[in-house]
Design a protein around this ligand. Structure first.
Ligand code: NAD
Length: 474
């Protein structure tokens, strides 16, 4: 079989040492890969490449199937772009997969039976980083959620569950408040879950779901969620598993994938042969599973589990009571190599992942789209009744004023005098029988002539006769 082409970056700080130990293990286990070395990180940033990547590296990343990346050091000071966010965006690495596993009784943890995989959407949500300052007081970030983005990540979570012999996929959203954006994620989850009757499914509102995860993580299996929730909860889950130094993560796209440890470059430990290479070893195991070398992946994983079980530990996990030998980075890697072919006796042995491919996301079903009005946001320092008078005058014959809110709280009709207001007001204009772009532009023109400082315009649509904008009834 042809060797899989893999890009490898040795990174900064402890990166080169932990990567060396990992590549030795891959070699000894007979991983069928062809390595293409790339340079990324601190030195490249300081040469003036703001993403930490040299232009020719993109070609290598494009031509390889997977990217095994050691941690890098982000230089101090501003002006640098996150390398991870850049690569995820450029190659549409839509799924972030982070197993959070306890290795009790070898590694101490409050949650000995925890074995959770967080599948986090990786491209959309507030993480798109689209932000504006609208007025001296108010900034806004856009939460972008797409139907195909939801479908892809949710189907990935179910396929991952099937391939990895897992029983349940839980979904976390906040759709009691975010009825359209998180609502789309939840609805898509309910729809996709029906395609996998062999996998249990459940949904939790993120706040209570997160509390349950922190309290009884052993009740969860695979959890799928939008980007920002996943960002926060995957760190919490890794921490409560007691294994931040023992966790790898994968960023998966349709044609490319990137694998790394979850820890950073630990510059203070660099060059001393003390760092624990386990995070990047586990990332390499995820990579082998992804490139359809599941047998080799499980051989390495079992040897790694046996090494932990035998008490061969680096300084960060060494405990007098449970460890037998404190070793350095290279010696830990050599101990794993010496155990290739062995299985753990106390910890659960690994099983090879079944290969899977994702069906393409369906096109959304056709729907009728009607433009019914517009929310215009204005910077305004006066009170609501003066604002209403000015807005009603501008509405003309084409529109009715139906709502004024401030930070989402309704100020008209029916106001509460106690509501605190800032300088950013939403004024809703609706047409009696819908509206059109021309009428909206004319309305904006009348607002400009009246000297009103409108800072943002949002169109109001009905899809299939349903209002698809927040109603602000309170
Ligand atoms: P860090 O994860 O590098 O270190 C935190 C602590 O954990 C330190 O005490 C360190 O000694 C210890 N540690 C981390 N990995 C270890 C290992 N494999 N073995 C033993 N001990 C280990 O986090 P930090 O100090 O906040 O960040 C250092 C640098 O890493 C920063 O420049 C940061 O930007 C970068 N970073 C990179 C990535 C990445 O490349 N994916 C991720 C996080 C941080």
């Amino acid at each position: 079989m042809a060797k899989a082409k893999v890009a490898v970056a040795r990174g900064d700080g402890i990166g080169p040492e932990i990567m060396e130990a990992t590549l030795n293990i891959l070699d000894a286990a007979g991983a069928n890969i062809e390595i293409h070395n790339v340079k990324i990180g601190e030195e490249v940033y300081l040469q003036g490449h703001i993403t930490g990547i040299e232009p020719h590296t993109w070609d290598i990343l494009r031509e390889t199937e997977a990217f095994l990346k050691a941690p890098i050091t982000t230089p101090q000071g501003g002006g640098f772009k996150s390398l991870n966010v850049t690569i995820r965006g450029a190659f549409s690495l839509f799924a972030n997969v982070r197993p959070c596993v306890s290795y009790s009784p070898i590694i101490q943890t409050k949650h000995p039976d925890m074995d959770v995989v967080i599948v986090r959407e990786n491209e959309e949500d507030l993480y798109a980083g689209i932000e504006y300052q609208h007025t001296p007081e108010v900034c806004e970030a856009l939460k972008i959620i797409s139907r195909s983005g939801c479908e892809r990540i949710i189907r990935y979570a179910f396929e991952y569950a099937v391939a990895n012999h897992r029983k349940k996929v839980t979904c976390f959203t906040k759709d009691n408040i975010l009825k359209l954006s998180d609502g789309l994620f939840h609805r898509t989850y309910e729809e996709i879950a029906k395609e996998y009757p062999q996998v249990e499914n459940e949904h939790w509102i993120i706040d209570i779901g997160a509390a349950k995860l922190a309290d009884t993580p052993e009740k969860f299996d695979v959890i799928v969620m939008p980007n920002l929730y996943g960002d926060i909860l995957s760190d919490i889950a890794a921490q409560i598993a007691g294994s931040v130094g023992l966790a790898g993560s994968a960023n998966i796209g349709s044609n490319h994938a990137m694998f790394e440890a979850i820890h950073g470059s630990a510059p203070r430990r660099a060059g001393q042969n003390v760092a624990n290479p386990s995070g990047i070893i586990l990332a390499a195991i995820m990579m082998l599973n992804h490139i359809n070398q599941g047998e080799t992946a499980s051989i390495i994983q079992n040897a790694w589990l046996k090494t932990l079980e035998d008490g061969i530990h680096t300084y960060d996990i060494f405990k007098e009571e449970t460890s037998t030998k404190k070793v350095g980075t290279k010696e830990f890697g050599d101990a794993v190599i010496a155990r290739l072919g062995q299985k753990p006796e106390i910890l659960s042995p690994a099983q090879p992942q079944k290969p899977f491919t994702l069906k393409p996301a369906k096109n959304p079903s056709p729907s009728s789209k009607v433009l019914v009005g517009v929310d215009i946001y204005v910077k305004w320092d006066g009170d609501v009744s003066q604002l209403r008078q000015q807005m009603e005058a501008a509405a003309g014959d084409d529109f009715n004023m139906s709502l004024i809110t401030n930070r989402g709280a309704k100020l008209w009709p029916d106001t509460m005098p106690e509501t605190y207001c800032v300088d950013h007001w939403r004024c809703r204009f609706t047409g009696a029988n819908g509206t059109n772009h021309q009428k909206i532009v004319q309305l904006q023109s009348r607002l400009a002539e009246a000297g009103l400082d409108f800072v943002q315009t949002m169109h109001l649509h009905e899809y299939n006769g349903q209002k698809q904008y927040s109603l602000s009834e309170f």
